[in-house]
Design a binder for this molecule. Structure first.
Ligand SMILES: N=c1c2ncn([C@@H]3O[C@H](COP(=O)(O)OP(=O)(O)OP(=O)(O)O)[C@@H](O)[C@H]3O)c2ncn1[C@@H]1O[C@H](COP(=O)(O)O)[C@@H](O)[C@H]1O
Length: 122
């Protein structure tokens, strides 16, 4: 079983919890967050991102590395709820990573700066 399969299955469950698909806020955590709207799930994304940073800092000082895995899982999960709300999926994120594959961040930033300079000269 691949990690992509797991992400795709979870994405399908999250999609099934959308209000438009009849997700029940009384029976499902995902449906409840989606029903509350973007402020609710984006707040969770922000909280989970902070928890990732804290767990990584703990791990840096000899803390439990598994805590970092758990916090990243929470962050991915809540980010997937945000993606679903906007009609997007992990496949869209993977496609973007694939598009970037092999392009150094340094190279990409230099290209962006050159393009911005050209645009300013126009
Ligand atoms: N992967 C997850 C998952 N990860 C975390 N959580 C829930 O996310 C919630 C928020 O995590 P926190 O650590 O912030 O806990 P908390 O303090 O209780 O949070 P809040 O009170 O602030 O909401 C917890 O209630 C966790 O149980 C998840 N809930 C569901 N899933 C997946 O989503 C599927 C659908 O879930 P339902 O929509 O609930 O059926 C499940 O079958 C799972 O595969």
């Amino acid at each position: 079983m691949s990690s992509t399969d797991t992400l795709n299955r979870l994405a399908a469950v999250i999609e099934s919890r959308l209000p438009a698909h009849g997700g029940n806020p009384d029976a499902s955590y995902v449906a409840r967050l989606l029903h509350k709207g973007p402020d609710a799930f984006l707040k969770k994304v922000g909280e989970e991102a902070t928890e990732v940073v804290m767990a990584a800092k703990d791990a840096e000082h000899g803390g439990d590395r598994i805590k970092l895995v758990n916090e990243v899982a929470d962050l991915w999960f809540h980010s997937m709820i945000a993606l679903a709300h906007f009609g997007l999926s992990p496949a869209d994120v993977v496609a973007e990573l694939a598009r970037r594959e092999g392009t150094s961040g340094i190279e990409e930033k230099a290209l962006r700066k050159a393009q911005a300079r050209e645009a300013n000269e126009d």
